[in-house]
Design a protein around this ligand. Structure first.
Ligand code: NAP
Length: 335
């Protein structure tokens, strides 16, 4: 008797925050791999803010998830059966396999990981997409130079914790913006940031004047909205504003709040540039090597927030991102 493949499919397009009623929990027989394919069992599923955007029916860098389709997600699977020469039983493989318990793949876009190099979940975090995002966003788009002042929002999250630590490794002064005293203490303690601002209890604009008195050289924006505006008001000459994400806007039902302080780009001769990490795919190996070396040398601490549960826990785990309930990379481990 073949195994049952449980899946989370998109039942309807959410308005505002994603709710349990937006998903359909489906069971179907797990498929067997054909010629040139392998089958795998899902071990870890990545939770990403971008998932919210993929649910909206509007043009973006990837097509929207279709109604009735399995939810798109990065995951790590363990190969259980293989007719593919590149993947053997027991291999751990990372790829965009979706929110389901069993997958069949022809190996395209899939990468066999070396479990002796790092825990499997880290290939969804520091050595995966968020790591690549932090690395290329900061060093390539942000064109970071030693000795500069870097401010990063969403600082206690998957991308933010890495941005701050890479900037420290590059000899910069780093200020993180995050929600809550506990997250801020983590940033300035274990992660070695120079200062942290709790946007829930502090006046961010004022705090930036205190912690970046000579101005911000690189502002790495993960949240958009009022925090972006506060950072724009404190730019140094020739500053770079890296538009990585805008999580404060993803659930908006009234449209995206644009920056009102954008004229400081003119006054400070600054630039603001967005990017999509997938464009850097040909250079991922380069980033993984350098990030791996920093991790091995103890210069970067990897923070993961692993929720252990079943596929049914996916909807509420996703909501944690929008409520600030994760610290570091949020992953669902199927147990
Ligand atoms: P994450 O930071 O681990 O998790 C999201 C965090 O955002 C939450 O923990 C929460 O932390 C914060 N947040 C939630 N709602 C907020 C609000 N209204 N205002 C301010 N902060 C809020 O997520 P991640 O995976 O590292 O992603 C960070 C950003 O990078 C996202 O915007 C994502 O879309 C973007 N991204 C872009 C690319 C790209 O290619 N451009 C690739 C990957 C990720 P607090 O407790 O601090 O509020």
């Amino acid at each position: 008797m073949s195994a049952v493949n449980r899946q989370i499919r998109l039942a309807r397009r959410p308005v505002g925050e994603v709710g349990p009623e937006d998903w359909e929990h489906v069971s179907e027989p797990a498929a067997a791999p054909g010629e040139g394919q392998f089958a795998g069992r899902t071990r870890f599923i990545s939770l990403d803010p971008a998932m919210r955007g993929w649910l909206d029916d509007r043009p973006s860098y990837l097509p929207p998830v279709g109604l009735g389709e399995v939810m798109r997600a990065g995951s790590v699977v363990e190969v259980t059966e293989s007719n593919h020469p590149g993947f053997g039983i027991g291999d751990l493989v990372v790829g965009s396999f979706g929110v389901q318990e069993h997958v069949v793949s022809d190996g395209r876009g899939a990468l066999r990981i070396d479990p002796s190099a790092a825990p499997a979940s880290t290939f969804l975090g520091a050595l995966g997409m968020p790591g690549m995002t932090a690395y290329f966003g900061l060093l390539d788009v942000g064109a970071l130079q030693e000795g500069e002042t870097v401010v990063v929002s969403g600082a206690a999250g998957a991308v933010g914790t890495l941005v701050g630590q890479i900037a420290k490794a590059k000899g910069c002064r780093v200020v993180g913006i995050a929600g809550g005293a506990e997250k801020c203490a983590l940033l300035t303690g274990e992660l070695g940031f120079d200062a942290a601002i709790d946007y829930r209890s502090e006046d961010v604009k004022k705090a930036l004047r205190t912690h970046a008195p000579d101005g911000i050289d690189v502002y790495f924006d993960n949240v958009g909205g009022d925090i972006l505006d506060a950072a724009l008001a404190q730019l140094a000459m020739r500053a770079r504003v890296v538009v990585c994400g805008a999580i404060s806007q993803y659930n908006s039902t009234t449209g995206v709040q644009g920056p009102s302080n954008y004229l400081s780009l003119l006054v400070r001769r600054a630039r603001m540039e967005g990017f999509v990490v997938f464009d850097y795919a040909p250079r991922f190996a380069e980033a993984a090597r350098e990030l791996g070396a920093w991790i091995a040398a103890g210069r970067i601490t990897v923070l993961e927030h692993v929720v252990r549960g079943t596929l049914d826990d996916f909807p509420q785990t996703l909501q944690m991102l929008f409520r600030g309930e994760n610290t570091g990379k949020l992953v669902l481990e199927l147990v």
